[in-house]
Design a protein around this ligand. Structure first.
Ligand SMILES: Nc1ncnc2c1ncn2[C@@H]1O[C@H](COP(=O)(O)OP(=O)(O)OP(=O)(O)O)[C@@H](O)[C@H]1O
Length: 700
């Protein structure tokens, strides 16, 4: 398979959508071949059903087998899907829930596939035994999502590239024009005017270095834009991928470390040191790609200044004004005779005299206010200089901040924050630039871990065991539990049973054709369902719901469920046609539930008898037929058929049937409708009870 167009169901339009979604044709192919059903479902116009069937189809092409090669009937597929629904409840990620669909039952001829899954699953069962109850691991797993490759960076508005050379301009525009402003300037004047509009300017040519720039313009000089790495010029681009997938990556790292510390190897090609390095680098960014608070003291201090400066200055001014007010209240001016003469002669202004008197108090109030601001905001030397101009030297009351100077201070601080953040982001981007592919692989493997781990947790919950594979036809189990009953009711009576040439064969006859008779509601259908569950799970390479189970693998599995009511002639014909497929001599297992309802009992017994004869002649087949007509069928068949029975011994104190769920071998169990009549009689009174008692007499 060379490209998406080699996949029959993918046309040109759909191929384009796959490429857009996954980023490239290769990535899309990888997703399809890897069974990423969750990812495929997100492609525009593709739903989950389509994704599942597409993956099945492509895998079938590769493996040369489809699910229907083994599951020969619709009812068999229903049981498989019901089992899958139960297993999916143990997934912790949407990815795993969907990907479980890639597991299908294989026919015996694909034994290598079954063995492959068995081997991997056995490992996951062991992992789930150790870690399945670990809440931390489970919550980490639940945070992992498939890598999102779409991480557009919003345009960077506070940074620009300025150059006087048209060649540099063209290259810069082409490379970085989408993410930040790139401007061609004519000379120092235009350079300065333009630079004032940004907090961080990259001057991209030698000529700019010669400019005599004012103090507030402090560009970063880059002689040749071509020699700068992308992570250096726009670290945000590199960081964006990691920021977008931060939670998944952090959870994957923690999960890996937790597994490793429990002795479970995971992501083997990644050294502990690499993992730790990636973890500590990721801890420096937040999910928006910004520098995380707490990761750089200098940035934190500057950010704190920006956030607190207004509040701090107004509190300082308010206190300064209170001090100034009380100073004014206590101030008195006593003029000496000499001073009076000077004022009168015009040699001295009265204003100067007043100023002289108040200047000291004013100065000390301002000094205190500045000290307080400097202390509260932890200002450094260079910043103290800017603080100096916050208040006018001329006495004014009430005291006010000089707003233009406060604004300039804030602007400077903000520029420094941005500048420092870029420096910091460059270091982070440089560290992360080597981890792009590793990160993708890590998350994919973590998600794939959840697929296997779901199966392991499923096995752990229901105490499932790997079945033993035997040669020949047959199945035997001990303490087996019907998973559908268990999930529905919470408990189930375990059953032992054997059909065919197993080590548990009850009479040495290796009976491969069995009729299961028994009491109404005794559990015959549930028993058949249990056998079907074990057969399907074993052929998937999965563990089965029994303390011990041995099974002979087979090529095809036919499950015929109970039909609803007597069928009309057309439907009867269709059922016979459906059954005709069991007639070939391929190895198979056939389970059928109360086939007699297809027509009246006499005819049914003849038909079932005939089918059993056909199956009996095929030495590679095994079959169990549930029926209330066991004796009648035996009369109508020539072949050796074992009849087993599920029996009721009576009614308990709550008038429930007391049933021995494990079938008795070589025993025709009665349907015991008399017990049902007995129950109805004991539950009723009056005329109604009289009616049931009369029916009861008939069984005497
Ligand atoms: N092993 C078991 N443990 C607990 N409950 C069981 C078990 N087997 C069957 N049951 C319960 O008994 C009830 C009857 O089971 P089921 O329908 O399989 O009986 P049946 O013999 O097929 O009945 P019928 O002959 O009327 O079709 C169901 O509610 C089922 O949940």
């Amino acid at each position: 398979m060379n490209g998406l167009k080699d996949i029959p169901r993918i046309g040109e339009k759909m191929a384009k959508r796959f490429e857009d979604h996954f980023g490239s044709e290769d990535a899309a192919l990888e997703a399809i071949l890897g069974g990423d059903i969750a990812g495929i479902s997100e492609v525009e116009g593709v739903g989950q059903r389509y994704a599942i069937s597409l993956v099945h189809e492509v895998r079938a092409q590769f493996e040369g087998v489809t699910m229907n090669d083994f599951l020969k009937t619709k009812e068999g597929v229903d049981i498989y899907e019901h089992l899958l629904d139960i297993i999916k409840q143990f997934s912790h990620t949407r990815y795993a829930k969907d990907k479980l669909h890639v597991y299908i039952p294989y026919p015996e001829s694909k034994r290598d596939k079954i063995e492959e899954v068995r081997k991997a699953t056995a490992g996951y069962i062991e992992t789930a035994r150790i870690m399945g109850g670990n809440k931390d691991l489970i919550s980490m797993l639940s945070c992992i999502k498939a890598i999102d490759r779409k991480c557009a960076v919003p345009r960077i508005r506070d940074r620009a590239i300025l150059t006087t050379e048209s060649k540099q301009y063209e290259i810069a525009k082409e490379t970085y024009g989408d993410v930040m402003d790139v401007q061609l300037v004519k000379g120092p004047g235009e350079f300065v005017d333009t630079a004032r509009g940004y907090s961080h300017v990259v001057a991209a040519d030698d000529k700019c270095m010669m400019f005599d720039l004012p103090e507030d313009i402090d560009p970063e000089f880059v002689p040749d834009i071509r020699k700068v790495d992308m992570w250096n010029m726009v670290p945000e681009l590199e960081i964006a991928f990691f920021a977008k997938n931060l939670s998944s990556l952090e959870s994957t790292i923690l999960m890996t470390q937790m597994l490793r510390s429990s002795g479970i190897s995971f992501l083997e090609d990644l050294e502990d040191e690499d993992l730790e390095y990636l973890k500590s680098t990721l801890s420096l960014i937040d999910s928006s790609g910004d520098v995380k608070a707490g990761s750089d003291d200098a940035i934190d201090r500057l950010v704190r200044i920006s956030e607190q400066v207004d509040e701090c200055v107004s509190a300082a001014i308010s206190d300064a004004n209170s001090t100034l007010d009380s100073c004014l209240e206590q101030s008195k001016l006593t003029l000496s005779g000499q001073d009076m003469l000077k004022v009168m002669n015009g040699k001295m202004e009265i204003k100067d005299l007043l100023e002289k008197e108040l200047y000291q108090s004013y100065n000390s109030v301002i000094k205190d206010a500045k000290q307080r601001i400097a202390g509260e905001l932890c200002l450094e030397k260079a910043e103290l200089l800017l603080l100096e101009s916050f208040f006018s030297d001329e006495i004014s009351h009430p005291l006010e901040v000089q707003h233009e100077h406060l604004y300039a201070f804030k602007q400077q601080i903000s520029n420094r924050v941005q500048r420092k953040k870029v420096e910091h982001k460059r270091n982070i981007a440089k560290s992360l630039s080597g981890y792009h592919d590793i990160a993708q692989k890590m998350v994919r493997e973590a998600l794939d871990f959840d697929v296997g781990f779901s199966i392991g947790c499923f096995a752990r919950e229901f105490d499932l065991q790997m079945p033993e594979l035997m040669e020949g036809s047959g199945i035997a189990f001990e303490d087996a539990s019907n998973l559908f009953i268990k999930t529905r009711h919470g408990s189930v009576v375990p059953i032992d049973y054997s059909v065919g040439g197993t080590s548990q064969d009850p009479d040495g006859n290796k009976s491969r054709v069995v009729l299961l008779s028994g009491v109404n509601s005794g559990g015959k259908t549930s028993m058949l369902e249990l056998v079907a569950q074990c057969i399907i799970l074993a052929h998937m390479g999965f563990p089965t719901p029994a303390k011990r189970l041995e099974i002979g693998l087979t090529e095809g599995f036919y499950y015929f469920g109970k039909s609803k009511g007597t069928l009309d002639a057309g439907a009867f014909e269709t059922t016979l046609v459906d059954f005709s497929v069991v007639a070939d001599d391929s190895p198979k297992i056939v389970l059928a539930d109360e086939l007699e309802s297809i027509t009246e009992p006499g005819a049914s017994a003849k038909i079932i008898g005939g089918i059993l004869e056909v199956l009996s002649e095929n030495s590679n087949s095994m079959s169990v037929f549930v029926s209330h007509l066991a004796e009648l069928i035996l009369e109508n068949t020539e072949c050796p058929v074992r009849v087993d029975g599920i029996e009721a011994s009576g009614l308990d104190s709550d008038l429930n049937l007391v049933v021995e769920r494990t079938p008795r071998y070589n025993y025709v169990a009665k349907s015991t409708p008399e017990l049902i009549v007995e129950r109805l009689s004991r539950k009723s009174d009056g005329i109604e009870q009289g009616f049931y008692n009369r029916l009861k007499e008939k069984f005497r």
